[in-house]
Design a protein around this ligand. Structure first.
Ligand SMILES: [Zn+2]
Ligand SMILES: [Zn+2]
Length: 125
């Protein structure tokens, strides 16, 4: 059996997730929405089908903010940590900073979206 499980949490531990299967669409994004949501110039993302993500922390499902016509940004209501985005499509996107480990090569980003929103001095390989 080849079972992949990925765990992670917010800063305070109120929100915890368990994601199963292979992370999809590993990418970085520097759009203004990601920048404001996270406070970082660039955010690293992976996606999972929503059925593959369980919210196992005390706080249950993260708080959301409706950020576009197709998606809501997810965060912890206690500590404010950015968790990811919960799309209207059955997709949950999670930010790599919340994972307990992202050492695997499956997390290496394959594209950098909205690169132009970064200042020239900001380099993402
Ligand atoms: Zn928290
Ligand atoms: Zn973005």
């Amino acid at each position: 059996m080849n079972k992949q499980n990925y765990s992670g949490s917010c800063l305070c531990g109120n929100i915890k997730f368990l994601a199963k299967g292979k992370p999809q669409n590993p990418h970085t994004c520097s759009c203004k929405m990601c920048q404001c949501h996270s406070g970082a110039l660039t955010v690293s993302w992976v996606e999972f089908p929503s059925a593959s993500v369980e919210w196992i922390g005390e706080g249950g499902t993260p708080e959301t903010y409706r950020s576009s016509d197709f998606s809501s940004r997810a965060f912890c209501s206690k500590c404010g940590s950015t968790i990811g985005a919960i799309d209207d499509d059955p997709v949950v996107a999670l930010v790599l900073g919340c994972f307990d480990s992202v050492k695997g090569e499956e997390f290496i980003h394959t594209k950098h979206s909205y690169k132009g929103s970064c200042p020239k001095w900001w380099k993402i390989s």
